[in-house]
Design a protein around this ligand. Structure first.
Ligand code: UD1
Ligand code: UDP
Length: 352
């Protein structure tokens, strides 16, 4: 049995780390061919995760990154078509909603290779997001859909996807949070900041970074919080802020993107999380931290409905108000995303 996994962006390295480990433990006879599309390529957006999470070195690196969504997807598709035809895997495994996910799923489907999609059924119902297009298309060409929650399964049902293809298995990011919590590492630079309390922020979503008005609103909101904010800055955001001539407020301490073990430490140590990331919203919940989300909608609606997460969009006043009131946001730390054994469950279904 041969499984070909396509990954390319930061959150996919973290998800693949737990699935590849479960594969080695529970299905040692399955051969995994790991393909890195190259979508993320800076050392601290890619290599650091392979090194510290013990992910096997990719068998193939496509070197496609840095272009527009369409160009990247097309170049990945072309390279994956050749590669999959040569490798002839029994299954292709893709994660989430990035351009790498869609290219992997589409290349496989065109070659009649069955596709398994981890994190299926998530919807923002906002078709202007590149991620929404990627996940809807991927779900509709996948043969096996691993939904993290019952709500995600309902989204798939409403789109007419066959019930037999859908499995609710929890979230592999919860597996990762539990497994790596004990290996969390304080960043070397942290003590020199002399902070007693801080908010942790990440910003990278295209709907924010590509819109100077939304970026301005977010930066004004961060300034108004009068809280010390640690911001590991995504390269996309750095580039866009330079392009728009936007500066960061003085209360925001910018650092380069950190590795996952340092990120887990920061999440577990902060007072409040401010983010537009999908993964970081869930991790705030896993670590029992209130989350203020810089979006108008979220795929992770259970977090908002339970009161663990508030949506503030890019509205400066609302951002500041919710960060200062963060102690009133409910702090919860488990329940929605399985029992930490999602990877094992997924592989059990795939190879049963
Ligand atoms: C992508 C995903 C998004 C995911 C995010 C995780 C798509 C459509 N978007 O967004 O769903 O949440 O990854 O972080 O697939 N760049 C660098 N170095 C890098 C990586 C990116 O400089 O290592 C810069 C480049 O200018 C690049 C830009 O960031 O063009 C955007 O990168 P891209 O991978 O297209 O999208 P992300 O915003 O990272
Ligand atoms: N992350 C990280 N270092 C950082 C910022 C994020 O390791 O500097 C991790 C974070 O803990 C989470 C994942 O990257 O596991 C989320 O990725 P990202 O926010 O880039 O994408 P999204 O989840 O929105 O697709």
């Amino acid at each position: 049995m041969k499984l070909l996994t396509v990954i390319g962006a930061r959150p996919q390295f973290i998800k693949a780390a737990v699935v590849s480990r479960a594969l080695a433990v529970h299905h040692p006879k399955v051969c995994e061919v790991l393909v890195h599309t190259g979508q993320h390529y800076d050392t601290n957006m890619s290599d650091v995760f392979f090194d510290e999470l013990d992910i096997p070195k990719p068998d193939h690196h496509l070197g496609v990154g840095g272009g527009s969504h369409g160009r990247n997807t097309g170049r990945m598709l072309e390279a994956l078509d050749d590669l999959m035809a040569r490798e002839q895997p029994d299954w292709v495994l893709v994660y989430g909603d990035t351009d790498s996910t869609l290219a992997g799923a589409l290349a496989a489907a065109k070659l009649h290779i069955p596709v398994a999609h981890i994190e299926a059924g998530l919807r923002s119902f906002n078709r202007r997001m590149p991620e929404e297009i990627n996940r809807v298309l991927t779900d509709h060409i996948a043969s096996m859909l691993f939904a993290p929650t019952a709500l995600a399964r309902n989204n798939l049902r409403h789109e007419g996807i066959e019930e037999a293809k859908i499995h609710v298995v929890g979230d592999v990011m919860y597996d990762a949070a539990l497994y790596y919590k004990k290996r969390a590492r304080k960043p070397q630079w942290f003590d020199s900041l002399g902070l007693e309390s801080f908010a942790l922020c990440t910003i990278h979503r295209a709907e924010n970074t590509d819109d100077p008005l939304r970026m301005r609103g977010i930066l004004d909101g961060l300034a108004l919080t009068e809280t010390v904010i640690v911001l590991p800055l995504h390269p996309r955001t750095r580039k866009q802020m330079a392009e728009f001539g936007l500066d960061l407020p003085e209360n925001v301490l910018v650092v380069d993107p950190v590795g996952y073990l340092e990120m887990v430490w920061l999440e577990a140590s902060c007072r409040v999380v401010i983010t537009d990331s999908g993964g970081v919203q869930k991790e705030a919940y896993f670590h029992g931290k209130p989350c203020v989300t810089l979006r108008d909608e979220t795929e992770w609606v259970e977090l908002v409905e339970s009161g663990a997460n508030v949506l503030v969009g890019a509205d400066a006043e609302r951002i500041a108000a919710m960060v200062s009131r963060a102690n009133n946001i409910r702090k919860e730390s488990g329940g929605f995303y399985g029992d930490g054994n999602s990877a094992k469950g997924i592989l059990g279904k795939l190879f049963e």
